[in-house]
Design a protein around this ligand. Structure first.
Ligand code: ZN
Ligand code: ZN
Length: 401
């Protein structure tokens, strides 16, 4: 196909996304108004699936045994583009990660591509992926085969700043419970085994460890239960920790060091340690260079310019899209919503996801993903190049220097 044809298709995508923008933004605001937590995103998933169905895509709901997962599909033959939609929120602070923008922009891109799929010779899926903030819906879906015939995958995440190749850390989640013995805290303290002390000692041990880990590594936690009454020696206390490192291999080594801190609390107090690794470990993110290059040039056509990866390495988070990116060539760029000083996981950031800039990100992210897919499908050899890069693996020297 000639570039003129690609441009015509991009113009058609823009026309469709602009026509759909009113309903996309309405749903982004509705999801914002009723935030739902991981695996409980019943209304949010239904709203997005309804948009896909009303827009003419074939929709399946509650797929692969996950009630809040769904897919909308179009196209019969050719490379398969899977666009991931997220829509889960955070406890207390609602859509402070802006997944209302992710869900609606992915639906917008999918609908635009659905009417071009046959012209492009591709298949398009919008995959509703629950529980990114905890649980790992994409990993569940991947294990169930939802990405098996995907050629490429993509999604766009809102952020304070614009970045195409987002540095992301591998992450594990530890649920720690100490079991001790209750006793009267004044009359018979010698008969108690203090589980809160065990949590406290492990917390302090981790705080000490933190000074001697790599700059890119992170350990952070909260105490989820600290006892029931001051005059009863706590027989049970618990904590949840997130542990992050630059890849799964480093994560394994760091987990071993953190486990020793957990064990220290049990050893010192005589309590019993119960350790559960919750959900799925997320891997780091392997951004495909060719998809990223197309995305970046489309971003520039939208008047946006991205910061280089290295600038963002100090600000890394984690995502279950990381696991997808090691199974399917993928991108997971961050799109700026002009929120500073508010950043992700602050209540103020949530408000920015429905501002004029938040709404613009829904439309721009949909356009950037649709146009990137059009570039991939109309540039001879592009999918082969993507595949070759994927098979070569990530360039280690540019990851968390
Ligand atoms: Zn988040
Ligand atoms: Zn997020």
């Amino acid at each position: 196909m000639t570039d003129t044809t690609a441009q015509t298709l991009k113009d058609r995508a823009r026309t469709r996304i602009e026509a759909d923008s009113k309903s996309l933004l309405a749903v982004s605001h509705e999801i914002f108004e009723e935030p739902e937590l991981a695996f409980e995103e019943v209304k949010s998933a239904a709203r997005l699936a309804d948009l896909l169905e009303d827009g003419g895509m074939k929709v399946e709901r509650a797929i692969h045994g996950l009630e809040t997962a769904f897919r909308g599909t179009a196209g019969e033959l050719g490379p398969h583009v899977v666009i991931c939609a997220e829509y889960d929120a955070l406890p207390e602070i609602g859509h402070a990660c802006g997944h209302n923008i992710i869900g609606t922009s992915s639906v917008g891109a999918g609908l635009a591509l659905s009417e071009l799929a046959d012209d492009l010779g591709i298949r398009v899926t919008v995959l509703g992926t629950p529980a990114e903030e905890g649980g790992g819906g994409k990993v569940e879906l991947m294990n169930a085969g939802a990405f098996d015939d995907a050629t490429v995958s993509m999604m766009v995440h809102p952020a304070p700043l614009e970045v195409v190749d987002m540095p992301c850390l591998a992450i594990a989640r530890a649920e720690v419970t100490y079991h001790g013995m209750e006793a009267h805290a004044s009359a018979f303290p010698e008969r108690g085994l203090n589980a809160l002390d065990a949590v406290n000692l492990s917390y302090s041990a981790i705080a000490a460890l933190r000074q001697h880990i790599s700059r890119s590594e992170r350990i952070h936690g909260i105490i989820t239960h600290g006892g029931d009454a001051p005059n009863v020696v706590p027989k049970m206390a618990s904590a949840t920790y997130y542990i992050r490192a630059r890849n799964l291999e480093d994560l394994k080594a760091l987990k071993a060091r953190v486990i020793r801190c957990f064990e220290a609390g049990a050893l010192a107090t005589g309590c019993e340690l119960e350790l559960v690794w919750a959900g799925h470990d997320y891997s780091d993110l392997f951004t495909n260079p060719t998809i990223a290059e197309f995305y970046d040039s489309n971003l520039q056509n939208l008047g946006r310019s991205a910061l280089p990866r290295q600038v963002m390495e100090a600000y890394a988070g984690s995502t279950d899209m990381g696991n997808v990116s090691f199974a399917v060539p993928s991108i997971h760029p961050m799109m700026g919503i002009n929120s500073l000083p508010a950043v992700n996981h602050q209540a103020d950031f949530a408000r920015h996801t429905i501002s004029a800039d938040g709404d613009k990100a829904v439309v721009d992210a949909a356009l950037a993903m649709a146009w990137t897919t059009i570039d991939l499908a109309t540039t001879p050899g592009a999918f082969d190049k993507v595949r070759a890069e994927f098979e070569a693996g990530p360039p280690t020297e540019t990851r968390f220097s």
